[in-house]
Design a protein around this ligand. Structure first.
Ligand SMILES: Cc1cc2nc3c(=O)[nH]c(=O)nc-3n(C[C@H](O)[C@H](O)[C@H](O)COP(=O)(O)O)c2cc1C
Length: 330
């Protein structure tokens, strides 16, 4: 499909995939894969669909999404409203069948069904992963949404280890079934900005043993920064996860920490409060190989990916992307 905007090429390679540019759509915008071709047309270099859960869910009652325009923030408690892994699989197959599959990498964000107890989380994630394995290029384990009760406890080292080991077992099984030449799907973990550095280090300690392809930093925050904005003060009283500008600095701090702790050996997808090229460049300099936007797209509009890519090319001024990653940490 022809793009809606002129997006200059800025190719990036990460976890065995080629991205036409490093600016992607963050999880949660297209939970049901209803607009798959639109993201590429908008100029995104990749898209992350979902979060999807094993069982279909209607999510929390409305209202469950709030805007604080003065802070360029969103607050949501959607609660993984999604059609479920089986239905998502059918939709993705249909996009393929009608020839509308994007040429950029597509990831799927995996969540846990609300009805599944924490003790059975690993099989819940593994079911969705197994169903969708053939439909996407990479997968993100979301253990960081604040909107499913107790989900974030799964960032605990032992619980996360259980989930990742179940997923890698499924990964190998699906690879065998797919036959010679099939490759394992890259698996990434998405972390909350509210984790302490020690807790982030626990996640980092699983990267090598569990063969993680990368980390996504960060999800929305349960913190509520000071604000003088009258509307934001009211919105911030709502339960849920805050995104957009108030999240920007903490997200960048988490990226910087993860980049240092991993020695830059695995790619980090930087997400949280990116609304312009300065925000995007800060995250690259802190250690992000790829970037994603959600709230920024809501406030800035659909030309944001094209503007970010053009701006990033300008910042590079001929230098290589890999030299820019984490340059602020050296
Ligand atoms: C309405 C809404 C729904 C979201 N749903 C998901 C989700 O299903 N899975 C997930 O990992 N993150 C989800 N997120 C978090 C975003 O992917 C992103 O990590 C966060 O919003 C920070 O980026 P931003 O400041 O650019 O919005 C959601 C965010 C919003 C605002």
């Amino acid at each position: 499909m022809a793009g809606w905007f002129d997006v200059p090429p800025l190719p990036v390679e990460a976890f065995g995939l080629r991205f036409p540019n490093p600016v992607g759509l963050a999880a949660g915008m297209d939970k049901g894969a209803v607009a798959v071709p639109a993201w590429e047309a908008m100029g995104f270099g990749f898209s992350e669909l979902g979060g999807v859960t094993r069982h279909p869910q209607s999510g929390n009652p409305e209202p469950r999404m709030f805007r604080a325009p003065g802070e360029e923030a969103l607050l949501n408690r959607m609660g993984f409203n999604n059609p479920g892994a089986d239905a998502l699989c059918t939709r993705l197959q249909r996009w393929h069948a009608v020839g509308r599959w994007p040429s950029h990498p597509v990831g799927i964000n995996l969540g846990k069904s609300k009805m599944t107890p924490l003790s059975e989380a690993a099989s819940d994630y593994a079911y969705s992963f197994g169903q969708l394995w053939g439909q996407a290029d990479f997968f993100v384990v979301n253990v960081s949404s604040p909107n499913t009760p107790n989900l974030r406890q799964l960032q605990d080292k032992a619980a996360l280890d259980d989930i990742l080991s179940a997923l890698q077992e499924m990964n190998r099984a699906r690879q065998r079934e797919a036959g010679p030449g099939a490759s394992l799907r890259p698996i990434l973990v998405k972390v909350a900005p509210d984790l302490s550095f020690d807790a982030l280090d626990d996640v980092v300690s699983l990267v090598e043993p569990r063969g993680l392809a990368g980390l996504v930093a960060t999800n929305t925050t349960i913190a509520r920064p000071e604000t003088t904005d009258a509307v934001a003060r009211i919105v911030y009283r709502e339960t849920g996860g805050l995104s957009g500008r108030p999240l920007r600095e903490r997200s960048t701090e988490v990226i910087r920490h993860l980049h240092r702790q991993t020695g830059g050996r695995i790619p980090i997808i930087g997400v949280g409060g990116i609304a312009n090229v300065d925000d995007a460049w800060d995250k690259v300099q802190a250690g992000a190989t790829l970037l994603q936007v959600y709230s920024g797209l809501v406030y800035e509009g659909p030309s944001l990916p094209a503007d970010l890519v053009a701006g990033l090319l300008g910042r590079l001024a001929g230098a290589s992307w890999s030299d820019a990653i984490g340059a602020g940490n050296r």
